[in-house]
Design a binder for this molecule. Structure first.
Ligand code: AMP
Ligand code: MG
Length: 413
C-alpha cells in the first residue's frame, strides 16, 4: 500500500513552454469595443479604422526654405563666372495671401519658409545661395525645377490612407491628424487594468519591523501606463484569500487584473489558492527564468495575470505575457518595435530547458547589431534591472550562446 502523497507533490504541475503559455493568453483575451473620442484624448489608444485623408497635405504649394522663388529656366546659364542677376519683385511671408500679380521676366520673389509660391515660379533658391545687391540677387549656379518647393499632396494625397487601423496614436499621428483637420476618431476604448500587490511582509501590512516596501505596485503601474493603459492600484492584499477577494471586488469594471506575489508553492500563496478554488486557472508555471511561477486565469471573463513576487520575475513576465495581451486587447498589432536583435559579448549558459532572461547593457558595437554585455553577477535584485538597457532572451532550445552570436533583445527604455 502506498503512503499518501505530501500536499506539495499533489499540487505539482508541469511548467509549460512560453510559446504555449502565450498562445493560451492571447486566445483568452478579447478586444475592447470601438468608441469615438476627441483627438486630444486619444494618445496611446489604437485606431479602429483606416483614416482616409479628406484633403491633401500640404494644401497649397509653399516654400521649404527662406529664399527666392524663381523660374528655373531663367537660371540655366548661371555660373560663378557669369552669375544670373534677377530683380526682387516683392516679399511673401508665411501666412500672406498668394502672389496674384504678374511677374516680370528676370524677377524673383522673396519667400519665407511656408509662404505660398507664386504660380509662375517653379523653384526656390536658398537665401544662403545668393548674393543680395540692393534690389537684385545674383545666382552663381542654376536651379532645377521643383527645388525647395513643397508640392500639394507631396506629404499626403487626398483619398489615400493616412493611417492604418491598428496604429497606435502617438505624438506623430496626433500631429498628422491635426494637420488633416480631423478632430475625432474611432478607437478601441482605453483599457482599465487593476493592480494588486500581495504579501504579509509588504510594508502596509507588516506587523513586524521586517517589512519591505511595495516596489512591484508602482513598477507595474508605470509599466501599464507606458502601455497607454488606465491603471488603478487597488492595494496590498494580506496573504489571506478573503482579503484578496475583497480587494478584487473593488474593481468590478477592470478589463484585467495584474497581481504580484503569492503564486509559488509556499504555504501562503494566496493568488494561487484563490485561482484554484474559483477554478479560474488556465495554466500555472512556465519554463522561464525568472518567472517560472507565472499563472494565468479568467475570473469570469476578466483575465488575471498572476505575476511572481520577485521584482525581476514580475517585470520579465509582464513584458513576456501582459504586454502582448494588452496589445491584443486594445486592438493593436502585437508590438514588435521594442523587440530586436543584439550580439552577445560573452558566452552565456542556459543549463536547463527554459527561456532565460538576462539583463544586459548595450553598446553600439561596430557591426550590424548592438553588443549586449551581461551585468556583473555581483549586481542583483532591483539594481540589476535599473542598470540594464534591456533584456536578452535565450530560447528554451538553446543551451548556450557564444560571444558574437545574435540573440533576441528587448529594450526596456
Ligand atoms: P512571493 O512570490 O509572494 O513568494 O514573493 C517572492 C519574493 O518577492 C519575496 O521575497 C517577496 O518579499 C518579494 N515580493 C513580493 N511582493 C513584492 C512587492 N510587491 N514588492 C517587492 N517585493 C515583493
Ligand atoms: Mg508572497
Amino acid at each position: 500500500m502506498s503512503a499518501p502523497l505530501p500536499a506539495t507533490t499533489m499540487n505539482r504541475v508541469e511548467p509549460i513552454s512560453v510559446e504555449e503559455a502565450l498562445a493560451i493568453v492571447l486566445d483568452a483575451v478579447g478586444t475592447t469595443e470601438v468608441v469615438e473620442v476627441p483627438l486630444h484624448d486619444s494618445t496611446g489608444l489604437t485606431l479602429a479604422a483606416d483614416i482616409i485623408a479628406p484633403g491633401s497635405l500640404p494644401t497649397f504649394r509653399n516654400s521649404a526654405m527662406d529664399g527666392f522663388a524663381v523660374r528655373s529656366l531663367e537660371t540655366v546659364d548661371a555660373s560663378t563666372v557669369r552669375p544670373v542677376v534677377l530683380r526682387i519683385a516683392g516679399t511673401i511671408m508665411a501666412g500672406d495671401a498668394p502672389w496674384n500679380g504678374p511677374l516680370d521676366a528676370g524677377s524673383a520673389v522673396r519667400v519665407m519658409t511656408g509662404a505660398a509660391i507664386p504660380g509662375v515660379c517653379d523653384a526656390v533658391i536658398r537665401l544662403e545661395d545668393v548674393e543680395i545687391d540692393r534690389d537684385d540677387i545674383r545666382l552663381a549656379r542654376s536651379i532645377t525645377a521643383g527645388e525647395h518647393i513643397r508640392e500639394i499632396g507631396s506629404d499626403v494625397r487626398a483619398g489615400t490612407t493616412a493611417l492604418e487601423a491598428g496604429a497606435e496614436l502617438s505624438w506623430a499621428s496626433i500631429a498628422l491628424l491635426t494637420s488633416l483637420e480631423i478632430s475625432s476618431i474611432r478607437v478601441h476604448r482605453r483599457l482599465h487594468v487593476a493592480v494588486i500587490s500581495t504579501g504579509d511582509e509588504i510594508q502596509s501590512n507588516a506587523a513586524s519591523g521586517l517589512s519591505i516596501p511595495d516596489s512591484n505596485g508602482p513598477m507595474l503601474m508605470t509599466m501599464l501606463r507606458d502601455c497607454g493603459v488606465d491603471a488603478e492600484f487597488l492595494g496590498v492584499a494580506r496573504d489571506r484569500q478573503e482579503t484578496l477577494e475583497s480587494i478584487i471586488h473593488r474593481a468590478p469594471h477592470a478589463d484585467a487584473i495584474v497581481t504580484s506575489g503569492g503564486v509559488s508553492a509556499g504555504d501562503r500563496d494566496v493568488v494561487r489558492d484563490l485561482l484554484a478554488t474559483r477554478n479560474a486557472r488556465l495554466f500555472s508555471q512556465v519554463r522561464m527564468k525568472p518567472g517560472r511561477p507565472f499563472t494565468f486565469g479568467l475570473l469570469g471573463r476578466v483575465p488575471i495575470f498572476a505575476l511572481p513576487g520577485n521584482p525581476f520575475a514580475a517585470a520579465a513576465t509582464f513584458l513576456q505575457f501582459v504586454q502582448p495581451a494588452l496589445d491584443r486587447m486594445r486592438g493593436r498589432r502585437i508590438n514588435e518595435a521594442s523587440r530586436s536583435v543584439a550580439q552577445v559579448a560573452d558566452r552565456i549558459e542556459n543549463p536547463s530547458p527554459r527561456r532565460l532572461i538576462v539583463p544586459v547593457r548595450i553598446d553600439a558595437g561596430n557591426g550590424r547589431f548592438p553588443v549586449a554585455h551581461r551585468i556583473a553577477e555581483s549586481v542583483a535584485g532591483l539594481a540589476l534591472l535599473a542598470r540594464a538597457d534591456g533584456l536578452l532572451v535565450i530560447p528554451e532550445s538553446v543551451r548556450s550562446v557564444n560571444a558574437g552570436d545574435t540573440c533576441e533583445f528587448w529594450s526596456i527604455h
